[in-house]
Design a protein around this ligand. Structure first.
Ligand code: MG
Ligand code: ZN
Length: 357
């Protein structure tokens, strides 16, 4: 039995008048989250989440190309590129051919782009929006792939993969030469007013081990900086450690990590409601732990979670959408189709649908 003392209040959103087409796209990925996790967090938060504001809901299949149960690399690659690949592969197809990802496509269309994670920025989920590597464990190669992009903002840990490398190259110097403000912590972030940001921290602890409001703060700063672009922006935010808590079959930590993600979502939705031109899509890469609920009480916030495995499972994950074109995300579809829907939604212009290949 778990009693959550850290529940948060839910944002009241302004009456929003959405434009027909989104200018900005914010993709929020809650790693490892299925309906069990969402139910647990919602009970612990006394029956409400910021997620409740998203009225357009779909269900998504997550299998990999070679196995029914996906890992985060194949799952993120499917979402980022629209192609199912082998477990472990990042941004490449099953024959290891590089695939263009959504962030690259939108960067080419002139949007500013950003990634925020609370794990190494070279981990599978953020990496699928940057890298083209056969194997997710190639952290130094993935760090190297950041150099081939024009990404405007990224924040996470994994500093060592950039500065303490086998090839002896200090990529932080290269980033600085490319015009990035290279930061080691979030402290100086509010003072960055122009240019690009590379947030490379040495660690990013769990939310109950000192991470504080990192996810929410960095996401707010990312939006502040990215929205300066004239052509809109794409931002991916990952709740990275929910998956880890679910692998541990730890209900309390799973709930805390997911509530932290939901708090961050509250900030994002508040911005999107005010802005009117931002599409927010919230989903997961796969379910972890086969989590279910054996008992709960929304008045007290007590919830009894249970798990069927310490691995990922093959159940569908939900997709929630808010803002212009949110209705495009209802239905039952595969993770590769999420890519198509994201791409179509954001590339739709006032002149009509841009043809997407
Ligand atoms: Mg992840
Ligand atoms: Zn996992």
């Amino acid at each position: 039995m778990y009693y959550n003392e850290h529940f948060h209040t839910i944002k009241t959103l302004a009456n929003s008048n959405f434009s027909h087409n989104p200018k900005n796209l914010i993709l929020m990925i809650a790693d490892g989250v299925g309906l069990g996790h969402i139910s647990a967090a919602r009970i612990a938060n006394k029956g409400k989440l910021n997620l409740d504001h998203c009225k357009y809901i779909g269900l998504m299949g997550t299998r990999a190309s070679n196995e029914f149960i996906t890992d985060s690399a194949a799952a993120a690659t499917a979402i980022a590129t629209g192609v199912k690949t082998k477990n472990g592969a990042v941004g490449v197809d099953p024959q290891y051919k590089p695939l263009p990802n959504l962030r690259e496509i939108l960067e080419q269309r002139g949007l500013k782009t950003g990634l925020v994670a609370c794990c190494s920025i070279t981990e599978a989920t953020p990496a699928a929006f940057i890298a083209h590597q056969q194997e997710r464990m190639l952290h130094e190669a993935i760090a190297g792939d950041f150099m081939d992009t024009e990404i405007d903002f990224f924040f996470g840990n994994g500093r060592e993969h950039f500065i303490d490398r086998e090839d002896g190259i200090d990529l932080s110097l290269r980033l600085a030469a490319k015009g990035y403000e290279v930061l080691e912590s979030i402290e100086d972030l509010p003072y960055v007013n122009h240019g690009k940001v590379a947030g490379l921290m040495t660690e990013c602890p769990g939310v109950d081990r000192g991470r504080g409001d990192y996810l929410e703060s960095v996401t707010k700063e990312a939006i502040r900086i990215l929205k300066k672009g004239e052509n809109g922006f794409f931002l991916m935010v990952e709740g990275s450690q929910i998956d880890w808590a679910a692998h541990d079959n730890d209900t309390a930590t799973t709930v805390k990590e997911l509530l932290d993600f939901d708090k961050c979502l509250g900030e994002v939705l508040e911005f999107a409601a005010r802005d009117g031109e931002t599409l927010v899509v919230v989903t997961s890469d796969h379910e972890t732990g086969g989590m279910t609920i054996h008992d709960g009480d929304e008045k007290s916030g007590k919830v009894e979670g249970a798990f069927t495995t310490v691995m990922h499972t093959g159940v569908m994950v939900p997709v929630f959408a808010f803002g212009p074109q949110a209705e495009q995300f209802i239905g039952i579809y595969e993770n590769t189709d999420l890519f198509q829907r994201l791409k179509k939604s954001i590339l739709q212009t006032e002149k009509g649908l841009v043809s997407v290949s």
